[in-house]
Design a protein around this ligand. Sequence first.
Ligand SMILES: *Cc1c(COP(=O)(O)O)cnc(C)c1O
Length: 392
Amino acid sequence: MKHDSYGFDTLAIRSGQRRSSELEHNEAIFTTSSFVFENAAQAAARFAGDEPGNIYSRFTNPTTQAFERRLAAMEGGEACIATASGMAAITSLCIAMLSAGDHIVSSRSIFGTTTTLFDKYLPRFGIETSFVDLTDLDDWKQSIRANTRLLFLETPSNPLSEIADIRQLADLAHENNCMLVVDNCFCTPALQRPLELGADIIVHSATKYLDGQGRIVGGAIVGPNPLVNEDIFGVIRSTGPSMSPFNAWVALKGLETLNLRMYAHSQNAIQLARFLEQHPRVERVFHPGLETNPQYELAKSQQYGFGGVVSFVVGGGRESAWKIIDSTELLSITANLGDVKTTITHPATTTHGRVSDELKARTGIGEGLIRVAVGLESIDDIVADLARGLDG
Ligand SMILES: *Cc1c(COP(=O)(O)O)cnc(C)c1O
């Protein structure tokens, strides 16, 4: 397929597939751990790297590669490698790119387990991380050192939907011989393509919107060659966090409907945000698509849509927030997101429960904050489910 000439939806449905000799219409699942060789000489050539081709599914697998080619095409990247989870993607990237003595500058508003990786485990290998305010360019500038290799961020942030100026931070990274890594989990390439804005590497949790129906755990890294196909591939081949072919197939099929789903998530989310904004018991609503959001223009300029996450603050602290959560009958009380089923969570006591009180205060994760990852049920039902607790 000539990727350059096709639109996003065509890439989502057609790219990456290579039919086997059976000429199957739909992408096949190759559930095999190893692959056979025509003869001993071919085996030797494959192991020596003199001949391309499959050897073992920890290295490559045709179904996993179909997912990788498709996601790379959708992100507009040269290469992609799939991993067993989103955290496996971030860990593999760090092992491939960093050595003892290197330094990361990371947004403070990132996925909790990524914070744990940067804060607790990487220091044991001599890699330090400085955490900065996502939207404060001076904070980023002042934290870069001679040994800084990576700038790392998520935008919009979770759960407050703050927006980073990707182009500005990509320029800053490049002026300092660093690479900008964007965790594009919240937007997916349907709503935001950071490589177009100058970012160098994308990481994904395929567990979220890429699958989109809460069925699998998976991840991926998209970026330039030879970084992805040599350095990161080498780490994955040697350390083993490969994506299973079945999970790759689920995520591959998820990509086919990604654009439709992300559009529908965004439509439902903005309707919920507007409902919450006019509700007397709601003190603040966080969603990049609200015109009242101070970063609305920036979000509009770098995203193709605003996404499915809406957070809001109610008066009365934890007690009120928990009451509203417990009054729902339809929404799922779970910290996961990126699902056709709407989920609701209390960040201060779940996803951000281990964050210190000082940091919670500084990052705005208060006791009255509720996060809804808006799914694709009828919006009237989602609104009614939240209204029950809010009106009661
Ligand atoms: C869930 C998530 C991750 C980690 O992904 P897993 O698949 O759970 O390992 C990383 N980043 C973000 C933004 C996430 O939401």
